[in-house]
Design a protein around this ligand. Structure first.
Ligand SMILES: [Zn+2]
Length: 279
């Protein structure tokens, strides 16, 4: 997609499977399995969508998938079979890791920042050596001291090597990180997740991230049980989905394997996704 001086590509780090019950919180299984069938291990098929933006001299990666550092047990639990595809897809676009100037982590759960680092000669090193890495300061603090409830989502090898290399640019709340690319701190999934909005050439692209990870999560109370603050998720979903519908924003859903992009439509107070190609 070309928007003014920006070139945007929707990429994916490949398939990813999570427990259906955990993905739908208090929604009973007889309801959610009418929407999406789980596998024999009660997992549903998801993906890890990422965005690559070239704009002037900047080459910006938004979201960084799960990477290639998970051990065989975790690969099995999360169904990460086959080679992860984010770097392959970037290479196909002619983008090498050295070319990336900025990596935006929406938050530091392992399925959003895995490619931050890779293993080189037995050490964890930044995958993108010339990039600044951006995250909310509060999210990095939390990742270092998670609760018993969410520590299984944070793997230090994804963020400590960035610190050791002095590559963090920490954010304190909403910010314009590059002309036309803004982040908004949106609590709910956790305290300091950030959503991303891109405004260029009269259009708006929006990443609600885990506020609304798939189109199944558009109804306000379809909230993941991973969320630390589900009532805030619901409040923020009402606010941001209303804005997305009003502004005709093209939304990219970070974990939706079937309809990664689409427009939010409102009808009699209810929201739905009208799927759209990323164009
Ligand atoms: Zn996620």
């Amino acid at each position: 997609m070309i928007l003014g001086a920006m070139e945007l590509h929707l990429l994916s780090d490949g398939p990813f499977w999570l427990d259906g019950g955990a993905m739908f919180g208090v929604i009973p299984k007889p309801l959610w399995e009418k929407q999406i069938q789980p596998d024999a291990r009660n997992r549903i098929h998801l993906t890890m969508n990422c965005l690559l933006i070239r704009s002037g001299k900047e080459c910006i990666l938004i979201e960084a998938g799960a990477g290639d550092k998970l051990d065989p047990k975790r690969n099995d639990i999360f169904g990460l079979s086959g080679p992860p595809r984010l770097l392959d897809q970037m290479v196909r676009l002619g983008v090498r890791p050295d070319d990336v100037t900025m990596v935006l982590n929406t938050h530091l759960h392992f399925d959003h920042c895995g490619w931050n680092t890779r293993v080189s000669r037995g050490h964890f090193v930044p995958t993108f050596p010339n990039a600044r890495y951006l995250v909310q300061r509060g999210e990095l603090d939390w990742a270092r001291h998670p609760s018993e409830r969410d520590r299984g989502s944070y793997f230090p090898e994804n963020f400590e090597p960035i610190d050791a290399a002095g590559k963090w640019s920490l954010l304190d709340g909403d910010a314009e990180i590059s002309p036309g690319i803004r982040v908004f701190r949106v609590p709910g999934h956790n305290r300091d997740m950030q959503c991303v909005r891109i405004d260029a050439a009269g259009r708006t692209i929006f990443l609600p991230v885990d506020l609304c990870p798939t189109h199944y999560h558009i109804p306000v109370h379809w909230v993941m049980s991973y969320d630390l603050y589900p009532l805030q998720t619901m409040e923020n979903k009402k606010k941001w989905l209303a804005e997305a519908a009003r502004g005709n924003w093209l939304c990219v859903l970070c974990h939706d394997a079937e309809t990664p992009a689409g427009y939010i439509r409102e009808r009699e107070g209810k929201y739905t996704l009208e799927p759209s190609p990323f164009t």
